[in-house]
Design a protein around this ligand. Structure first.
Ligand code: HEM
Length: 128
């Protein structure tokens, strides 16, 4: 039986496995690679601190999550795929309250990001 997400080691496993899937995904990989290029190690480091802060209460992340997403060319299909890969990564390796919390947090953030991105896209296309 799988265990819950307890340590920074678990967070790193989660993040590494998830972005391995993202980088192999035909819908998401081009979007990420266009922005990140050869900075994947730095992105992964940032994401360790983000999830360490959210899930373990160890406050190592000091950024602002939304701004890098504001102008991405993404829609509901991209967020659905992102969540599908994130959920499967968690369910394959972890089980417990924090694992459930991770999925819930991700879905809420995806909802807010998508709402803001849609609003931005409408404003630039003149239908605001
Ligand atoms: C379609 C879905 C998504 C795409 C294509 C996407 C893409 C990206 C990209 C390109 C970056 C910038 C990396 C860089 O320049 O270093 C980034 C950063 C980040 N993403 Fe996402 N993302 C998505 C969904 C999400 C969701 C749902 C969350 C939250 C659970 C999230 C959390 C973050 C965080 C925390 C950062 C780091 C921000 C910082 O620089 O401090 N992303 N993402």
């Amino acid at each position: 039986m799988e265990h819950d997400i307890f340590s920074l080691e678990d967070v790193k496993t989660l993040v590494n496995t998830f972005y391995d899937k993202v980088r192999e995904d035909e819908l998401l990989a081009p979007i990420f690679n266009k922005v990140i290029k050869d900075r994947w190690p730095a992105h992964l480091e940032t994401m360790y601190t983000f999830w360490q802060t959210v899930l373990l209460g160890e406050h190592t992340y000091t950024g602002s999550p939304f701004p890098p997403h504001a102008k991405l060319p993404v829609s509901k299909a991209h967020f659905d795929r992102w969540l599908e890969l994130f959920y499967s990564t968690i369910d394959e390796q972890f089980e417990g309250e924090i694992a459930e919390e991770a999925k819930w947090r991700a879905s809420k953030m995806a909802e807010i990001f998508q709402f803001k991105i849609d609003r931005y896209q409408q404003s630039v296309s003149g239908h605001f």
